[in-house]
Design a protein around this ligand. Sequence first.
Ligand code: SF4
Ligand code: SF4
Length: 401
Amino acid sequence: MQYRDDHRTGTRISALGLGCMRLPGYLSGHIDLRAAERVLSTAIAEGVNYFDCAYTYRGVEAAVGKLVERNGWRDRVLLATKLPHGSCRASEDFDRIFTASLERLRTDHVDYYLVHNLSTLAQWEHVRALGIEAWAARQKAAGRIGSFGFSFHGSFADFEELLDAYDWDFCQIQYNYANETYQAGTRGLKLAAARGLPVFVMEPLLGGKLAGGLPPEAQGVLRAAAPGGKEDALWSSPAAWGLRWVWDHPEVTMVLSGMGAPEQVTANCAVAERALPRTMTEREHAAVARALAVLERTNKVPCTGCGYCMPCPQGVDIPGCFSAYNASFALGRMTGMQQYLTASGALTDHPRLITQCVRCGACAKRCPQGIAVPDRLAEARRRLQPRVVEPFFGLVRRLRG
Ligand code: SF4
Ligand code: SF4
């Protein structure tokens, strides 16, 4: 495993961190503990020493806490979790939420504590007025928090304001080769690093879009430029290209990947081992740029599949619908429609069709990518569920009884 330094604390952090919100079963609401244990134990064995959780990731803190305690891993792993600022109405809420996180994680301290999805100065001013600065200082002095930072999904201008607003220990940004000028972007990465902040990266593969979700034409571009040839499949996969691109930046301290299977952990660790800063060649960067150009032609909705917008009160599988919509451009309309049939359960007794959306807007408020979800769903409906096919869905459901 490659390790990089948190210069503020001197901590050695594995270049690859485990994002725990894609542990097996998470998306269906029940983490499969035995399968999750295999993921975590593989990560530990491969040298990963950073586990990323959040108070709002249903069941994640409790699962990770249980497995870390059961296996005696606490001294081998840096635990991170996050405070949902929107749930803080009074200063007591900081203690209430943080205490619950510690209890679920079965620990007396977290190494990294983040204000979750802090994306505007107004959000920071809200928690600052409730006394978060003094609260964080007390927790750090008492050894309950190691480093205090924030995760971010706003604009570059917002990011700059937030960096100025407080003496952060670290920050976490979305960053990948498709997002160089989106959110904090490359400017934000360099600005934070220039101020001496460790920068943790999330969404290095844009929710899988830069891995298995890359259009075949873009995959072909990368394959043709693969450095290792056929015999080095791991190093040449689209996922490896995406991760290597992020690690190529010396300003990046650690890259989180939401890994849901031991094989995925092993594959990503093999890449992390070799992907040192500034080792990609100009030719390789040019190949990534060409693959990105192909992706941008087909990626209609910038949904990462994070699931923050879920659950929809009407049962719409929002990320599933957007994934199918994008696939209908990248892989062909029929493929997209087939994916939509599966994601929406269109032919089952419990369909989750786009047409069930009542435009309440709850999802859009929670989307870190700023997607106007109801409008974009309406667009997706026109392509995936044109009115002409609706009687067909009903007919199949009736025939199935
Ligand atoms: S706007 Fe539509 S998709 Fe979004 S939460 Fe409301 S009903 Fe669900
Ligand atoms: S619509 Fe937004 S919140 Fe929902 S899964 Fe996609 S990126 Fe995440």
